[in-house]
Write a protein that binds this ligand. Structure first.
Ligand SMILES: [Zn+2]
Length: 443
């Protein structure tokens, strides 16, 4: 017998093709799937009824690009010369951190970042892990964490050749090994193939990675012209811009997610559109690293599929939406350049489209996986109606307003608390890992 849950009396934001909104809406969940939706009284005889009166019910938010281990750097004061550009941010902060990471750090950060995401309304993450001294087994440890808390995850080891070619091939092996194990286990984690960025890898590795991703039938992701260093490297070494080089090497296409795309010109945008490659936009991280603003309105006008990522920094998707909503207005000096609805679509259905998962997640529709968020509307200072709700999602709510989060029909957050694990245990694991990591970094 199927277990039937009903969420009722909510303002249901579906994010379907018509952006339908159901007042006094209900969502019927049969085990892990949405079986029916509507407005008014729900006649179904359910095992459990969840009252969403005064609440917004929406699809789980999609985190289209992240590095879960980034959470371990929160609040750290590093004894380094302050970086003056993006290359130095990598050289002085992230690469030394990567080298010190252990498998225990991968697990502990996987727990605390997943907990944050779930409690803040995100039900899906696409993570790439980069630890040159903790390669083998890293994806299992991260999957242990994401599966334990119940978040849907696409995981990858991020390949680079900044030290040796051998380190990249070990990274590729880890991805292939994990792909084989994913096939045989019934859980929420699966694999993608990840390359760090075109300025740290050879042509051969890019070609090999693209071929392997295609052979395994999984997405390929690569940081693409996040900082100008990537563009200049490719211009100097190959006489090509970054997206042109990726195109020559067969790395573009509908299974490719290009992270950032800050320093891309019109021709590169046309190539991305023509090949139906996808873009993960990380506005808050771009601000933090002072790399520039990605030409997202220009991507959307070309029909490029753009999702929202946090790049391992702020794990509250509402803050990220707010940043995406404002940064393009500022950079274009045009307050109408992007709408709240475009932003909410990037955080939901368009993020799912990045990974060709739009028939499974990203909107609330019968037949789809029941990845659902219930937001307490109590803090809205103005009427919360079908006309105002998209505006409230972008302008009013934050992760702290998320009451319930459901993945595959299972409530993994209820009343703002994790259901599968004691939260103090998550924080303890993460604090201990971070304390040890910080001391290794300063040692
Ligand atoms: Zn990234």
């Amino acid at each position: 017998m199927a277990h039937v849950r009903v969420i009722e009396n909510g303002l249901v934001v579906t994010m379907d093709d018509e952006n339908s909104i159901l007042e006094k809406g209900y969502v019927v969940i049969n085990d892990d799937r949405i079986s029916e939706m509507g407005s008014g009284e729900c006649e179904i005889d359910a095992d459990e009824s969840i009252n969403a009166s005064g609440c917004v019910v929406m699809p789980g938010l999609v985190t289209a690009h992240t590095h879960l281990y980034g959470i371990l750097l929160r609040g750290a004061t590093l004894d380094i010369e302050p970086p003056s550009d993006f290359a130095q941010v990598l050289q002085r902060v992230w690469w030394p951190l990567d080298e010190k990471l252990t498998l225990g750090d991968a697990y502990a950060s996987g727990l605390s970042a997943s907990a944050d995401l779930l409690k803040n309304g995100s039900t899906f993450l696409a993570d790439t892990y980069s630890g040159p001294n903790s390669i083998e087994g890293s994806l299992d440890r991260i999957a242990d964490a994401t599966n334990r808390l119940g978040i849907r995850a696409l995981l990858a080891f991020e390949m680079t050749e900044r030290h040796t070619e051998e380190e990249a091939s070990r990274g590729l092996e880890e991805n292939i090994r994990f792909a084989g194990e994913c096939d045989s286990c019934q859980n929420l984690a699966s694999l993608m193939v990840s390359i760090h960025a075109s300025f740290t890898v050879s042509d051969e590795l890019i070609e090999q990675s693209a071929a392997k991703a295609e052979q395994l039938g999984v997405p390929l992701t690569i940081h693409t012209s996040e900082g100008a260093v990537d563009l200049y490297h490719n211009l100097e070494q190959y006489g090509e811009r970054t997206v042109e080089r990726l195109h020559r090497l067969g790395a573009l296409g509908e299974n490719t997610v290009l992270a950032h795309c800050v320093h891309v010109n019109d021709e590169e945008l046309n190539l991305i559109a023509k090949t139906d490659s996808r873009v993960a936009h990380n506005p808050m991280s771009n601000n933090l690293n002072a790399v520039g603003t990605a030409p997202v309105p220009e991507m959307l006008s070309r029909g490029i599929k753009v999702g929202l990522g946090n790049d391992g920094w702020i794990f509250d998707p509402f803050e990220n939406m707010r940043c995406a909503y404002t940064i393009h207005k500022l950079s274009h000096r045009n307050p109408s350049i992007i709408s709240p609805l475009q932003v909410v679509r990037m955080a939901t259905i368009d993020g799912a489209r990045c990974y060709n998962l739009e028939s499974e997640i990203g909107s609330l529709e019968a037949g789809k996986a029941a990845d659902i968020v219930v937001i307490d509307g109590g803090r809205a200072p103005t009427p919360l109606t079908s006309e105002s709700v998209i505006g409230h999602i972008v302008n009013t709510f934050s992760g702290r307003d998320v009451r319930d989060t459901m993945v595959n029909g299972e409530p993994v957050v209820r009343n703002g608390r994790l259901t599968r694990m004691d939260e103090s245990e998550v924080v303890k694991a993460s604090r201990e890992a971070a304390r040890d990591l910080w001391s290794r970094m300063s040692g």
